[in-house]
Design a protein around this ligand. Structure first.
Ligand SMILES: CC(C)(COP(=O)(O)OP(=O)(O)OC[C@H]1O[C@@H](n2cnc3c(N)ncnc32)[C@H](O)[C@@H]1OP(=O)(O)O)[C@@H](O)C(=O)NCCC(=O)NCCS
Length: 205
């Protein structure tokens, strides 16, 4: 059986020059009422917001945007605002990788818990969040403008709760094993608050 080739990835703070590649992903991921470039630029400039872009470094040295995500940490509440992966690379653990990075940032920034909204029909995203300990906390009726679908409001238990920490660690370890099998080589860049310790482990893969 042939081994897959190494794929070098970089998680970097989102920059305006990523937007030409982010916007087509955004349009496919979120449809008619997706965020505008201006909305992303405002978010990048928000001191309580943390946005990251996942880049793949290609053989010729150029990079390709494969996904992105963001969260706010305000008054000890972390809120995941967006998460999306290039449609050609869905199901390859990249969404989970970005998500765990956001979770790590929220923890570093001393968020007490994490919240987010997700479409009731978005089973893929819900599966990801439930796997990491999110629970249904409420419903925002007719939240989405396109089809007036309800948003589910999901929240974690206290991030410092030992059971929740165990949930995260277990899933993180499983993710790390999958990424090693896939020969993903991840680097994070120091413009982020501080590199996350669990990501440093992957750098030696
Ligand atoms: C949601 C999204 C970010 C997930 O990213 P991804 O890279 O495709 O997902 P991953 O490969 O990392 O899978 C992570 C988990 O998601 C769930 N998942 C992924 N694909 C799934 C599918 N086809 N069906 C059901 N669950 C799925 C599983 O729980 C999976 O964990 P597992 O592999 O242990 O079963 C991606 O599908 C996406 O960009 N969707 C459109 C935008 C969106 O809905 N964003 C979330 C807004 S709240």
């Amino acid at each position: 059986m042939s081994t897959p080739p190494t794929r070098p990835f970089e998680l970097v703070p989102m920059e305006a020059n990523h937007l030409p590649e982010i916007m087509p992903i955004e349009a496919i991921a979120f449809g008619q009422f997706h965020w505008s470039s201006e909305a992303f630029i405002n978010e990048i400039g928000n001191s309580q917001a943390y946005y990251c872009t996942l880049l793949e470094r290609l053989h010729d040295g150029s990079t390709k945007v494969l996904g992105y995500g963001g969260c706010w940490v305000v008054c000890n509440e972390g809120h995941i605002t967006t998460l999306a992966v290039d449609p050609d690379n869905k199901g390859a653990s990249l969404g989970e990788l970005i998500f765990t990075h956001l979770y790590g940032i929220a923890t570093q920034q001393e968020a007490h818990w994490l919240t987010l909204e997700v479409r009731g029909s978005n089973i893929t995203a819900q599966n990801l969040y439930y796997k990491y300990g999110f629970r249904l906390a409420g419903r925002r009726p007719r939240y989405y403008q396109d089809n007036h679908e309800d948003a589910l409001l999901l929240t974690t238990p206290e991030l410092a709760n030992p059971q929740q920490q165990q949930v995260f660690q277990t899933q993180w370890q499983l993710l790390q094993e999958r990424l090693k099998q896939k020969k993903y080589l991840l680097t994070t860049h120091s413009l982020l608050p501080t590199p996350l310790s669990f990501e440093r482990d992957l750098m030696t893969t």
